[in-house]
Design a protein around this ligand. Structure first.
Ligand code: GAL
Length: 341
């Protein structure tokens, strides 16, 4: 199963590379008419670790694309710093600067209609990513796209990391040998589609995998390391010697939980995350985290950039970027545990 996933990821990467080469060729043809494109990108928060990883990959994509096609890419990346008003202003600025396309990571996914109104009026396609606008908004125009790592898949894979460990060695999770694995849950923003779905399916996968579980407590730490660390500190005091597993909706919160355990000098509790961020992968490698679910950032950013650049040039979207319903791209993900990347 793991090998099949790896193989698929490899194939998809090759496919995407080939597709971007093809896109590159047509870009050259087009270069006579248009030898530069302007892409406006707005991030919901520039200090979010996962979003920062995607940003880095987007910048790499732009450089590679310039090299391959000779089309100059003006990638204007802005940080909305958690404010929808700021993001709306950034969108207006992108429009007045004559952007060919916008890539938006919405602050408030339910408020995307304001951005869509502006984009439609200016006839500028939008590639949303990571924070999903509601379906009615996405259905308003055929120049709207959405790129994500599907939340249910992340959660089922996360749950299966725990199930695999439990089957191999139940004592590594049921630390006090009472026949039940007692867990706590660290959740992302309550308004984010990923948080609810990940929580539900991670827990469900443990149940389906036959692990006897008991929830001690849970809380919202808004994807943030420091908030997770503060919550975990309280829980370690409130449930001394009882917590056996920490399920986290993302890697940063998992790292926050680990910070709190390190401060308290506690070891042995299993922690799982989602994202496969750079520090998350390091924590798995060093044995601090049991495992994570990594979305392929290259492919993720490659899809955002591939859709955006082709729309900017009025070209077909590269064939390697397979869209569901003509607008949704789901990025492949894989389990990462120590020695099994
Ligand atoms: C999630 C990701 C989190 C955070 C959030 C921001 O998909 O797992 O780490 O980046 O998106 O919207």
């Amino acid at each position: 199963m793991k090998n099949m996933k790896k193989c698929f990821i490899l194939l998809s990467s090759l496919w995407l590379c080939a597709a971007s080469l093809l896109a590159g060729c047509s870009g050259k043809e087009n270069a006579g008419e248009k030898n530069s494109i302007r892409i406006g990108v707005s991030l919901y928060r520039g200090d979010d670790t996962f979003i920062n990883n995607i940003r880095g990959e987007l910048e790499k994509c732009a450089k590679e694309y310039e090299k391959e096609t000779g089309v100059k890419v003006n990638l204007d990346i802005q940080d909305a710093k958690g404010s929808q008003n700021t993001q709306n202003d950034q969108v207006e600025r992108f429009i007045s600067l004559g952007c060919d396309v916008m890539c938006i990571n919405p602050v408030d996914r339910t408020a995307a209609s304001v951005i869509i109104d502006k984009a439609m009026a200016a006839d500028i396609p939008v590639v949303f990513f990571n924070r999903q606008p509601v379906e009615e908004d996405m259905d308003r125009w055929d120049q709207l796209y959405y790129v994500e790592a599907a939340a249910k898949e992340s959660a089922v894979l996360q749950g299966s990391i725990v199930v695999d460990h439990y089957r191999e060695n139940p004592e590594s999770l049921d630390l006090n040998g009472d026949g039940v694995v007692s867990y706590v849950l660290l959740e992302g923003e309550s308004s984010h589609q990923d948080a609810l779905i990940r929580t539900e399916w991670s827990v469900q996968t443990l149940k389906d995998g036959g692990i006897p579980i008991e929830k001690l407590t849970g809380g919202i730490a808004n994807w943030e390391r420091s908030q997770a660390s503060a919550l975990m500190e309280q829980w370690l005091e409130k449930y001394p010697g009882q917590i056996e597993l920490i399920l986290c909706n993302n890697d940063d919160m998992a790292l926050g939980a680990i910070d709190a355990m390190e401060r308290a000098g506690i070891t042995g509790i299993s922690v799982v995350g989602i994202d496969g961020t750079t520090p998350g992968l390091e924590a798995v490698e060093s044995g601090k985290m049991m495992g994570t679910v990594s979305s392929n950032k290259e492919l993720y950013a490659g899809a955002v950039f591939g859709i955006a650049s082709s729309r900017a040039l009025g070209e077909e979207i590269p064939a390697g970027i397979e869209l569901e319903e003509g607008k949704y791209f789901k990025c492949p993900q894989q389990i990462v545990v120590k020695n099994h990347k």
